[in-house]
Write a protein that binds this ligand. Structure first.
Ligand code: PHE
Length: 442
């Protein structure tokens, strides 16, 4: 039987975990969610949710993953024999399919934009119209989604070290530098301050249970928490590394990139007279417009879409990795075939989401498009419930001596973590979901 792999170094693990976290969540979803949910208040709730709820649960996933040294289902079986906990692994498995099914749609959009930017310049008169015409074209969009899935499968079937780690190593720093340059350009446009105000000066009247749940879902989504992706990555980590530092770096990086993305998008949105509540098309509409204002804009835009594609692939491969590792369990020599079979299935499941911007745009589920429904199902229901179960497991099923030994942290920090994971995080998740349900019923 093929042996189980390990990351080649600690930095390899941090990069891969950060690669999983940083992706469309921070770059695409954060700005559009902030734009449709009141700006600053959402930003504030997102930061609080990330640090107080997301980060402790991320650490909980790391602990469970490294202690279990296996796919999530097997890990729960090992750590709590004879109990029902493996269900949490299966929830992650199921949501791995759903989340990648709509994520790959947006991955396809990036490919379409990239291809178009390469073949002809993207300087349309109306970028909103361009976005609509691309996303409503069934052939183009399905083809792009298929290519995106092929790339994801191709990386995952190669195994964790060769594929995942290598890809993460160089693109992250480059993306970061690029974002800073773009933010500077956006902030120096005339009328940019309006966008900064939108992002940072809170309007308290917009604080509702729903906004909080959306911000929490965004924190989970962008940290990859609640669906056992991070648990799976941590299972490939050798003993001895300090998990706390890694989790903190991932959370902090993720906040920084999200805010940077906001600082790229919103100043430009207001300066160029566009609407912040554009929805999923926001960055695809605003970015080409900003590049239009930069010397050598079309060249840099190509470079930018390439970097964005990499950021997206390092996340999508962690989603496929959940499904593959759980699907094959300990039969490591089946990785290749599993990656192809599950990848193909996910593509098929994603077809309705892809078409929901065109042919299927009139189909509604609970008043949402198919694409939005898949997203809401994952970020507002699947991930919070998975996260709740994981925090309870780490806080109450694993013993204090087990987790303190595994975490090897300063006692003050350890006790803070344990408090957050046992009481604060579960209570917050339950209250926020309840507040949302009450708002729906009223
Ligand atoms: N965190 C990823 C992003 O922001 C999305 C993701 C969700 C990845 C769940 C893995 C699991 O793009």
């Amino acid at each position: 039987m093929a042996p189980r792999e390990q990351w080649s170094s600690k930095i390899g693990f941090i990069l891969a975990a950060a690669g999983s976290a940083i992706g469309l969540g921070a770059i695409w979803k954060f700005p559009y969610m902030a734009g449709t949910n009141g700006g600053s208040i959402f930003v504030l709730l997102f930061i609080i949710s990330t640090l107080a709820i997301g980060l402790p649960i991320l650490l909980a996933e790391f602990v469970i993953g490294r202690m279990g040294k296996a796919d999530a289902v097997t890990a729960f079986k090992r750590l709590a024999p004879g109990k029902r906990w493996p269900i949490v692994g299966w929830i992650g498995f199921a949501f791995g399919f759903i989340v990648l099914s709509f994520y790959s749609v947006v991955g396809g959009w990036i490919l379409s934009y990239l291809a178009r930017a390469l073949i002809f310049r993207l300087d349309a008169a109306d970028h909103g119209q361009l976005f609509e015409s691309i996303t409503s074209n069934p052939v183009e969009i399905l083809l792009a989604q298929a290519v995106f899935m092929l790339l994801t499968i191709w990386i995952v079937q190669g195994g964790i070290k060769a594929g995942i780690e290598r890809a993460s190593r160089w693109m992250m720093p480059l993306l970061f530098i690029f974002f800073i340059v773009l933010a500077i350009r956006s902030l120096t446009l005339e009328g940019a301050m309006e966008g900064v105000r939108f992002l940072f000066v809170p309007d308290w009247s917009l604080l509702t249970g729903e906004t909080f749940l959306i911000a929490l879902g965004q924190a989970f989504f962008s940290l990859s928490v609640g669906v056992t992706a991070m648990m799976t990555y941590a299972s490939y980590l050798p003993k001895g590394e300090r998990l706390g530092q890694s989790a903190f770096s991932v959370a902090l990086l993720n906040i920084v990139i999200s805010i940077l993305a906001g600082l790229v998008i919103f100043p430009a949105v207001f300066a160029l007279g566009q609407s912040p509540s554009e929805g999923p098309g926001l960055i695809f509409i605003v970015l080409p417009a900003i590049f239009g204002q930069i010397p050598f804009g079309s060249f840099f835009m190509i470079l930018f879409f390439i970097l964005m594609l990499f950021a997206t692939l390092t996340s999508s491969m962690s989603m496929l990795e959940i499904v593959v590792s759980t699907g094959i369990r300990a039969k490591y020599d089946r990785r290749r075939r599993a990656a192809w079979v599950f990848g193909a299935l996910i593509f098929i499941i994603g077809i309705p989401s892809a078409l929901s911007f065109g042919v299927l745009s009139t189909v509604q589920i609970f008043g949402m498009s198919i694409f939005d429904f898949a997203d809401v199902l994952t970020s507002r229901i699947g991930m919070p419930i998975g996260a709740l179960a994981i925090s309870i497991f780490a806080g109450f099923i694993l013993t204090k001596s087990q987790t303190s030994k595994e975490l090897n942290m300063h006692p003050i920090l350890y006790n803070l973590w344990r408090f957050l994971v046992r009481f604060a995080a579960p209570a917050a998740i339950i209250v926020i979901i309840a507040a949302w349900l009450i708002e729906i019923i009223r």
